[in-house]
Design a protein around this ligand. Structure first.
Ligand SMILES: NC(=O)c1ccc[n+]([C@@H]2O[C@H](COP(=O)([O-])OP(=O)(O)OC[C@H]3O[C@@H](n4cnc5c(N)ncnc54)[C@H](O)[C@@H]3O)[C@@H](O)[C@H]2O)c1
Length: 291
């Protein structure tokens, strides 16, 4: 897409991290913005910040895993602007860190609901509009975890592999039909956002802390602080937003943000091609230090 000024971008997970960085970057191009997020206070703050900088933006509190809420999001966008041109299916959570055999049904459903159903609903409600007008671009946020597999976070890996696969299929469908609509799949390495804080089920489903076990509480807080310190050193969301803007303009499909995991991706492909068993892997954070 060459002409971005005055066009409409919808960004899920737009209240924070990469989604908010996309919004700021698109606003600088004169785009009109719709931010959708489940966290109302953060959404209000993001919309207020963009408005104060002169952007045309509004927020819709939306749980992307909820089909009816995504229908309402589409209706709100069309009521306000009458069209949509760029759709960033970006909302996501880390999901539970528990080993696969310990995961509860609720933990699986939460991560799959946000990371996979959110993207599916985004396609269901917005892609027909883009295809009918034969113009626009879709950006699905996956992860390097969609091209690799490490020790732990299996719901996250599962959803991100699925988002890569879905995006590839849509790419082929658009190409085969001669559509002018473009699609990219964003596969970041580690980026400095709040993502690592989304490992606990939200709201009433959250596990209660073991308040009588001071040592366990202190250890959990120490792990959280180490994780925050680790993420603070990672790539900035603003750099990722530049990559996304360029892809919308040039129709690039695979978007890799950091090369730290290219070895692990190449090794996985080699193991598959040669029929070898997967080589030993640490956690995602341990593997990042290998790069
Ligand atoms: N930060 C990283 O290192 C990294 C790496 C690879 C991929 N990603 C992916 O990038 C995307 C954006 O995450 P981020 O890193 O900016 O993290 P973030 O936590 O800063 O932003 C995610 C946003 O999604 C929102 N969200 C969560 N559940 C939602 C729901 N049910 N409905 C609507 N919104 C919801 C959150 O409120 C938050 O504003 C995610 O899909 C994530 O998996 C992040």
């Amino acid at each position: 897409m060459d002409q971005l000024e005055g066009r409409v971008a919808v960004i899920t997970g737009g209240a924070s991290g990469m989604g908010l960085a996309f919004a700021r970057r698109f606003a600088a191009e004169g785009m009109h913005l719709v931010l959708a997020d489940v966290e109302a206070p953060a959404l209000d703050a993001a919309v207020a910040e963009l408005g104060a900088e002169g952007a045309e933006a509004f927020g819709v509190v939306t749980d992307v895993s909820d089909a009816a809420a995504m229908d309402r999001l589409r209706d709100a966008v069309l009521d306000r602007y009458g069209a949509v041109h760029v759709v960033c299916n970006n909302a996501g959570v880390s999901g539970s860190r528990a080993p696969t055999h310990e995961l509860t049904t609720e933990e699986w459903a939460w991560c799959i609901g946000v990371n996979l159903w959110g993207v599916i609903h985004g396609h269901r409600v917005f892609s027909p509009l883009l295809i009918a007008q034969d113009e626009g671009h879709i950006v699905n946020t996956a992860s390097m975890a969609g091209h690799t597999s490490f020790n732990g976070l299996s719901p996250y890996h599962l959803t991100k592999h699925a988002v890569v696969a879905l995006s590839e299929v849509v790419y082929h469908e658009l190409a085969a039909s001669g559509s002018a609509v473009g699609i990219s799949v964003l596969c970041p390495g580690f980026v400095n956002t709040r993502i690592a804080e989304s490992t606990e089920l939200p709201g009433e489903q959250a596990k209660q802390p073991l308040i009588d076990d001071e040592a366990a509480v202190a250890e959990a807080e120490a792990v959280r602080q180490m994780t925050r310190d680790f993420f603070a050193m990672q790539q900035s969301p603003e750099e990722v937003a530049e990559i996304v803007l360029d892809a919308v303009r040039t129709k690039r499909f695979y978007l890799f943000t950091a090369d730290a995991w290219t070895d692990q991706m190449a090794e996985r492909h080699e193991d598959i091609a040669t029929g070898r068993n997967p080589r030993p892997r640490g956690s995602m954070i341990e593997e990042a230090f290998r790069g």
